[in-house]
Structure formats: C-alpha cells, structure tokens
Design a protein. Structure first.
Length: 478
C-alpha cells in the first residue's frame, strides 16, 4: 500500500530579530507532528522558513545601516541554528527571497489578475508596520495599534485590491461544510462571526517602498507582504518532486495570525483555482511570568535561554505538557524545572535507570507483557490526531506511573524475576516510542540501550532480547 502523505507547515518568521519561545513553540509543534507521522510510517514533508519582504524588515535593516538582503542574510542563520539546537527535523527551510518562491508568487498574482479578481485603486487608511496589517478606525485603541499599542500610520497610496469581498459566501460555505478547516472549534466560531460581518477588498500592493516582489502587471508596485508570504506553503511544493504533498494537511500558526490564514489564504487559493489546505490550527500565546512577552521590557525567552534551563528535551516537553495546545500558557523557569525534576527525572529517568540496572544484573526472559494492557494506545493515537498533546503526554505518564508501581509491588531486586523485568523493559520500549515526537534525543538513547527501533508498529511486537546495560542518567535533577 502506498504510504499516506503528510504535509505540515510552521509559519515563516520575520527575520528582524533572533528567534524566541513564541517562534520555537510552533516550530516544535510542527516537529512533534512530523515525527509522529514518521513513526506511523507516513511520508512526511515539514516546511518552515522566513518571511523576508516588507516594510518591517526594510526598517529593521535601515536601523542597522545594512542593505536589506545583507540584513536578512545575517539573521536567517540564527533561525537555522536555533532549529538545529532544538532538534527540529524539517525538510525545507524556505525563504521568501528564494527564486522559486518569487516565481510562483508572480505566477499566482498574474493568474488572479487575469481572472479579474485584482483591480487598481487607492488605499486610504491605517497600517501597522509591526503587524504588517491594515486596520480600520474601529480596530484601533486610542488611535493606536491594538497589538503594538504604538501610534498608527495613516496611508494614502495607489494600490491594487484583491476582491476578497467576492469570496465571503464561499468562505462561509467552506467553514460550514468543513468543520476541521479551522481548529480549535472556538477559533472557528470567531472567524465565522468575523466573515459574517462582511469582508472588505484587500489592498495587496504598496508603492512607497520597494523591498518585495514586484507585481507582474505593474512593476511600480510591490506585493503586500502577506500575499507573498502565504504563498510559501504552496510554492515549496512546486519543485523537487514535492507536488504530491499539496494540499497541506495542516498549517500550524499562532492565534494572532489566524485571519490571514483562515480568510485571506483560502480566498486567494479559490481565486487561483488551487486546492485548499485541509486544516489550520491556531495555538495560544505564551506569557512570561504572567506578563506579555516583550522585548522592550526584557521579557523574552530566546531559544538559547530556553534550552539552557534544563536542556532541549525538557524544554520541548514542558511546552506541550504544561498547557493545552489551543490555549494560552504562562512560561516560568520554576514551572519548567519542576516538571523536569518531578516528571522527567523522577518518573521517566528513574524507571529507565532502575530497570536497566536490574536487567544488567539479572537478565530477562521473553514473555507476554501484561502491563501493556494498561496503556491505551488507541486513545493516544486519537489525542495526537486531535492536537491534544498535553493529554497524550498525560496518558503516557500515567503508564509510566503504572510501571513504577509495578516495580514497587513486584520487588524484582529481591525476587530476581526475569519475566517481570522483561515486561518492564518491553513497556519502556512503548514509552520510548510514544515519547519520541516530544523528546527525540532521549528516546533515541533509550532505544539504543534497550535495542528497539523507533517505529509505532514495534510497540505491539515483543522486545528482542539483547544485552542491556545500566543507563547513564537521562535527566539530571536541578
Ligand atoms: N511572518 C508572519 C507569519 C507569516 S506565515 C505565512 C509572522 N511572523 S512572526 O515572526 O511575527 O511570528 C510568527 C509566529 O510566532 C506566529 O504564529 C505567532 O503567533 C508566534 N508567536 C509570537 N509570539 C508568541 C508568543 N508569545 N506565544 C506564542 N506564539 C507567539 O507573523
């Protein structure tokens, strides 16, 4: 049977500064899903990258007296490096300055223009460069951007418009017929209400700067950065044998950029006659010690800081254990350290080290693993499919508790019962495989030590007997 394909994307990030916990969160989530699908035997394509055009980036470069391309070239490696450190196993890192992407953007612009969905006009209204978004008077708070709280710019310039309003009905129909298009459900309701209120045509080009992709039908204009950026998901599949991956199975994003993805993006694709992605999942936002993450107030957790607290796997684990994926969460060093100590070190680490030490001393004898009945694998699969990562981790850790209780009850250090030890070793195989999406390097260590392959199908096959040695400490307590 042909392998099922699975295409997952993270947003592409603005390379105007180094990556922080917010960027890391979506990227790790995409990595968790990609790895989960890989161990299930699916054919995975995982895309991440950088969103490099627009006024915001141009301004950031100017501030540093750098040419814009030089500026982004100097920041992109910081993202690549951060993802490497976080053990992100992506398949392509797309940059909107890549030539294959630019070519596709022009092609789609032309297509939408030829269809009659783009017309010239004049934009007069508000624009926040920080958000790279248009606002109406009603959106503003005391004349300021509702997100950045800074004074908002008033624009008056020639612009081409995309007939977004034309797609209102079709969008509502899409949301109605396809309940999974926007997830979680509460976010879908927000979007439905927003679209029901009516859509205005969208200004999709700018004329007062030129750092962007010029319109193929009017080179005085550069494409609006979001029109350019959203297309990355599609352009990445156009070359190198990746066509089979379109449409995307899921776009993972933060809740702040849901309107772009759930309204503008499908309308663009409808206009261009391209199949729509299957699903868009908007996750919550992290605060830092209960306050908004803010660079000016020194409340940013950058990736190096995040890793330095308790290591990569503990950071990855914490972000998905502490808070349901769709909801906002609060980051604190204390909470991360507590989970590292109490769950990873005391529960998982102890189980692996006790069992491996006992097996090294006493050996094991193959037998049916009755313990495995206490692991609800079907439920865990469903939780992964529903993006309920915290609950999936809960289930896995409940099973770790079962194993730890089993050792206490059976006392294999007294009985030297090789079958009990086998059951425990075989259970550790299941645990190692299921935790792999979250803590891949720890799982790899466990797999090497106990001699199993990280593959979902292996959970139900009995562990092959090999010499097992006492493990190094997986998680040192802090
Ligand atoms: N370039 C656009 C995305 C284009 S996708 C076609 C963009 N970039 S961004 O760098 O500003 O932010 C990217 C992501 O980081 C968003 O999904 C946003 O939700 C996420 N986060 C930024 N700060 C965050 C938190 N404090 N918490 C969680 N995620 C946050 O938007």
């Amino acid at each position: 049977m042909a392998r099922k394909k699975f295409y997952v994307t993270s947003p592409i990030y603005y390379p105007n500064d180094i990556p922080h916990i917010g960027h890391a969160y979506t990227t790790i989530a995409a990595d968790v899903l990609a790895r989960w699908n890989k161990i299930k035997g699916n054919n995975v394509f995982f895309l991440t990258g950088t969103d490099e055009h627009g006024k915001k980036i141009e301004n950031a470069a100017k501030k540093q007296n750098k040419k814009t391309k030089e500026f982004v070239d100097s920041l992109v490696p910081k993202f690549e490096d951060a993802w490497k450190k976080l053990n992100i196993d992506y398949d392509r890192f797309i940059r909107t300055t890549d030539s294959d992407h630019k070519k596709i953007v022009k092609k789609i612009l032309q297509k939408v223009y030829d269809k009659g969905d783009i017309y010239p006009g004049k934009y007069e209204g508000f624009y926040c460069t920080g958000c790279e978004a248009y606002y109406t008077e009603r959106d503003l708070e005391d004349g300021c951007c509702p997100i950045h709280k800074t004074k908002i710019e008033k624009l008056k310039e020639e612009s081409y418009f995309f007939k977004l309003s034309k797609y209102q009905k079709k969008l509502l129909e899409l949301y109605r017929k396809n309940q999974n298009f926007i997830l979680p459900e509460s976010r879908a309701r927000e979007i439905v209400n927003f679209v029901k209120e009516g859509l205005r045509d969208l200004s999709i080009s700018r004329t007062n700067f030129d750092w962007g992709i010029s319109l193929p039908f009017d080179s005085k204009h550069v494409a609006y950065v979001w029109f350019d950026a959203l297309l990355n998901y599609y352009s990445a599949t156009k070359e190198g044998g990746k066509q089979k991956f379109w449409p995307a199975d899921v776009h993972l994003i933060g809740r702040d950029i849901l309107r772009f993805h759930a309204v503008i993006w499908p309308a663009m694709l409808m206009s261009a006659g391209i199949e729509l992605p299957k699903s868009i999942f908007a996750h919550g936002w992290w605060t830092f010690d209960k306050e908004k993450i803010s660079k000016s107030r020194g409340r940013v957790v950058n990736v190096d800081e995040l890793i330095s607290i308790a290591g990569v796997d503990s950071a990855r684990y914490f972000l998905f254990r502490a808070t349901p994926f769709g909801q906002d969460g609060d980051f604190s060093e204390k909470a991360l350290v507590e989970r590292h100590n109490n769950e990873l070190a005391d529960k998982l680490g102890n189980l692996v080290s006790r069992v491996s030490a006992l097996v090294e001393k006493n050996g094991i004898v193959k037998c049916q693993n009755k313990l495995l009945k206490k692991l609800n694998i079907k439920k865990i699969e469903k939780l992964f499919e529903d993006y309920e990562f915290d609950k999936a981790l809960n289930e896995i850790f409940a099973f770790i508790d079962v194993c730890n209780e089993y050792i206490q009850a059976k006392k294999p250090w007294e009985t030297k019962d090789k079958k009990v030890l086998y059951e425990l070793a075989d259970s550790i195989k299941a645990i190692g495989i299921l935790l792999y999406p979250f803590i891949p390097s720890t799982s790899e260590k466990i797999a090497k030590q106990f001699g199993f392959k990280i593959d979902f199908k292996e959970i139900k096959k009995l562990l092959k007997i090999k010499k097992i040695k006492k493990s190094e400490i997986l998680f040192k307590k802090i």
